[in-house]
Design a protein around this ligand. Structure first.
Ligand SMILES: Nc1ncnc2c1ncn2[C@@H]1O[C@H](COP(=O)(O)OP(=O)(O)O)[C@@H](O)[C@H]1O
Ligand SMILES: [Mg+2]
Length: 317
């Protein structure tokens, strides 16, 4: 069913360098959440903090009653078994076949026999569509296949939480779209809590149940997809719609002169909210909601044209 992750007042610095502070959010059990943010805002640092690879300076991360930020190494070792992680580059061992890469966590963390290992590995290879490629080395396959192999490995211990670090980085739009479909299908099938870190706006607009935006050393907003896609908050609106007008500049925040020169330029209207990507077998995910449900419940009129079938996946101006 997946487990909830409750993050409260988290902050992280490296020496004098503050990465982010006051990050508080609850990642709901079994749902798909996306954490968006410009490059360098500390998205990967956030994921590594969630699994206890990095220690936060303040705050707590509570999973099943245990605070990852303050627990013992032994407790951390146990709680890590709940996680499957797909690292940015797939993080495969280059000299091992895909089979051995995927089998690695089972050999490390379980006492399963080689024949039991074989059946788990093959089941996960099938889930990600890689049957037949077990004997290949990571260097012999495409980037998209490497990500899928990394995903098979992340699933091998039947995680309650799956973290994805930029699953779409380095993939072309078609492969990204296939991988996103695979993520949705997997969520429907295994019901774990998914957190996807990305800077891809199309992925954020169409895949998740919830969206968070890390910006300028804090969490600008976190909530249901429809809440962020209908938000008038300037940073959220600018980022999710890939617009140039707004507080975000080429590198960081725009300076006073730049903002002054834009003050009479209106932000373009919000583009329609697209339908959420659905499982390919047509059976709704457990956490899937009716299109427009959040807007209706909150008395928000979605932008014209929202939730129409076959709408182009436009991201605004
Ligand atoms: N282990 C580390 N030691 C020092 N600085 C780090 C470390 N890991 C990341 N950083 C810094 O933290 C910032 C955020 O990095 P990262 O989380 O990789 O950004 P993102 O994933 O959003 O692109 C960067 O400035 C990076 O240099
Ligand atoms: Mg990163």
């Amino acid at each position: 069913m997946g487990v909830e992750i409750k993050v409260d007042d988290l902050s992280k610095s490296f020496g004098k360098d503050l990465i982010w502070a006051n990050v508080s959010l609850t990642i709901p059990a079994g749902e798909v959440s996306v954490m968006l943010g410009p490059s360098g805002t500390g998205k990967s640092v956030f994921l590594k903090t969630l699994i206890g690879l990095l220690k936060p300076n303040t705050g707590s991360i509570v999973i099943e009653g245990l605070d990852i930020a303050s627990c013992s190494e032994k407790e951390l070792y146990e709680i890590r078994k709940l996680f499957g992680v797909l690292f940015q580059d797939g993080a495969m061992f280059g000299s091992m076949t895909l089979y051995d890469n995927v089998a690695f966590p089972l050999r490390e963390h379980t006492k399963k026999s080689e024949s039991d290992i074989r059946s788990v590995v093959m089941e996960k290879m099938e889930l990600v569509g890689l049957v037949g490629a077990e004997g290949k080395l990571p260097g012999e396959i495409s980037g998209g296949m490497r990500k899928r192999a990394g995903l098979a490995r992340a699933l091998v211990l039947d995680p309650e939480i799956v973290l994805f670090d930029e699953p779409d980085s380095g993939l072309d739009p078609v492969r990204t779209s296939f991988l996103n479909q695979l993520i949705i299908d997997l969520n429907a099938q295994i019901d774990a809590t998914f957190l996807i870190v990305t800077h891809d706006i199309n992925t954020a607009r169409t895949v998740p149940d919830n969206i968070g935006l890390l910006y300028h050393k804090h969490l600008a907003m976190f909530g249901p997809r429809e809440m962020l896609l209908s938000s008038e908050e300037p940073v959220v609106r600018q980022f999710l719609n890939a617009q140039r007008v707004g507080p975000i500049g080429m590198s960081e925040e725009k300076d006073a002169d730049e903002l002054e020169s834009e003050k009479d330029i209106e932000m373009p209207p919000l583009p329609p909210i697209p339908m959420q990507q659905e499982p390919s077998n047509g059976i709704p995910r457990r956490s899937q909601r009716e299109p427009g449900a959040w807007c209706r419940e909150h008395g928000i009129t979605p932008p014209p044209g929202s939730f129409e079938e076959n709408m182009p996946m436009a991201t605004g101006a």
